[in-house]
Design a binder for this molecule. Structure first.
Ligand code: PLP
Length: 460
């Protein structure tokens, strides 16, 4: 299709996700036609630095021959067979590979087509597991305010973003929220109890809120806690020191499963294969997707500890759950090739050795009055915007609309940086570039952000 036909068909036929289509009555649809390394190109041939890795997906960069070849070879050999009662080599090999990489006894890999399905599967597994263990009342789940866990009804119930949920209420009952770990907002989050100057105390407080929620709901009714290693929505909340260790203790004390939702944080994003490794805890379940294939094919996985399968074996029962595309041979072949490339190219080491420079480069932006906080880990950063740096006063609703959406998103794009301006919590810019970038791309991001944020600051 030529450019004009692409535009009109995009307007008339393509229903874009999370997108108000009315805006395309006056604007062109941005159409991306190809990618190369850390860059993407639009239909007019303009180049953009892919500062978000697509959608926290692209670890190894665009246009790779090895991953494309792995997909093509697998499609020729066996394009599809389900993993419902049958298996195929790539799903088996990938399951073994993920089990060998995952911490502790997380050896049981249940494939899905994406992250939301992995989260959905984890809640269903937790409920089913406790029923088989003779604890049928354990069914509730706990997650953090402002956290995003996906769009299926269950995953959306676990999500802590009321505006995203409201159009679809009533959702699945039994999901409860606890405070998140935005250290920059510790004072507001703890109602003035802690000011964030002692991150460990804040971490202890935040983790203890999970214990309190379990107590309030009744430990014999709570099945699982869902948390990301670094929470994305709200703008990258790394865990304060000791947070995960305390959460693990609490979950153990109440016999509640700990689900590490690593849909973004796994596969090198934080410089380790899994976020749990970075922060030194062993969850009961890991949910993952996105970076597993670097985006060359859709793929998700729930990785559960051996003990969670035991009652199914003992009772000779099936986990009555699955997806046609789960464990797709092409996705599995690409994931294996992706993990091979991780090893061959030392991707984890590269992220670990560069992350300090990435942070330092972004922290230069702290001299701008509109930049309140720069936070994150690995190749995963959030930049929180404020209207008053001293008081940490956030942007008003009107400023968010006018500056974040009316100016920033488009200005960054026009300046050649694809990233995300988001106000699901406080207003933030989110960055999650391919793991192959280095100082040149860090500088490019900082330069464009500086230019655009300087103008945004003047609009306040
Ligand atoms: N969980 C987390 C932490 C996510 O960030 C996402 C998506 O961004 C999901 C779940 C949902 O994944 P998907 O869009 O693949 O369904």
């Amino acid at each position: 299709m030529d450019r004009e036909r692409l535009q009109s068909a995009a307007r008339d036929n393509l229903w874009m996700h999370f997108t108000p289509h009315s805006r395309f009555e006056t604007e062109d649809v941005p159409i991306i036609v190809r990618g190369e390394g850390a860059y993407i190109f639009d239909a007019d041939g303009r180049r953009y630095l892919d500062g978000l890795g697509g959608l926290f997906v692209n670890q190894l960069g665009h246009g790779r021959q090895d991953l494309a070849d792995a997909a093509a070879a697998q499609a020729r050999e066996l394009a599809f067979h389900p993993i419902w009662s049958y298996a195929h080599p790539r799903a088996i090999e990938l399951a073994e590979r993920l089990a060998s990489l995952a911490p502790g006894s997380l050896n049981r890999v249940f494939f899905t087509s994406g992250g939301g399905e992995a989260v959905e599967s984890a809640w269903k597994l937790a409920k089913n597991y406790f029923k088989l263990q003779g604890k049928p009342t354990k069914h509730k789940v706990i997650s953090r305010a402002v956290a995003y866990h996906g769009t299926p009804h269950g995953a959306l119930s676990i999500t802590g973003l009321p505006d995203l949920k409201a159009p679809f209420e009533p959702l699945v009952p039994s999901a409860f929220r606890v405070p998140n770990t935005n250290l920059y907002r510790a004072s507001a989050i703890t109602a003035g109890l802690l000011d964030g100057s002692d991150p460990r105390a804040f971490g202890r407080w935040a983790a203890d809120q999970i214990g309190l929620a379990i107590e309030y709901e009744g430990p014999d009714t709570v099945a699982a806690v869902f948390l990301e290693p670094v929470q994305n929505a709200g703008g990258c909340f790394p865990p304060p020191p000791g947070y995960w260790q305390r959460v693990r203790e609490i979950c153990d004390a109440y016999d509640v499963l700990l689900v590490s939702d690593e849909v973004i944080c796994a596969y090198g994003r934080l410089g380790e294969m899994f976020g749990a490794d970075r922060y030194g805890y062993v969850p009961d379940i890991i949910t993952s997707a996105k970076g597993m294939t670097s985006g060359y094919a859709p793929m998700g996985a729930m990785i559960a500890k051996d003990e969670l399968m035991e009652p199914f074996l003992r009772e000779k029962k099936a986990f009555l759950h699955g997806y046609t595309w789960g464990g797709h041979p092409v996705g599995a072949a690409v994931a294996l090739a992706n993990l091979d490339a991780f090893e061959r190219e030392g991707i984890l080491d590269q992220v670990r050795s560069n992350e300090g420079a990435f942070r330092a480069t972004l922290e230069r932006l702290l001299d701008l009055p509109i930049v309140g906080d720069v936070r994150g880990a690995g190749y995963f950063y959030g930049i929180e915007l404020v209207r008053d740096k001293t008081t940490r006063e956030t942007l008003t609703e009107e400023e968010c609309q006018r500056i974040l959406y009316g100016y920033l998103s488009k200005a960054l794009w026009d300046a050649g940086l694809y990233c995300r301006a988001d106000d699901r919590g406080d207003p933030v810019i989110q960055l999650s570039p391919p793991l192959i970038v280095g100082q040149a791309e860090f500088d490019e991001m900082e330069r464009i952000l500086r230019e655009v944020l300087t103008t945004a600051g003047a609009m306040l």
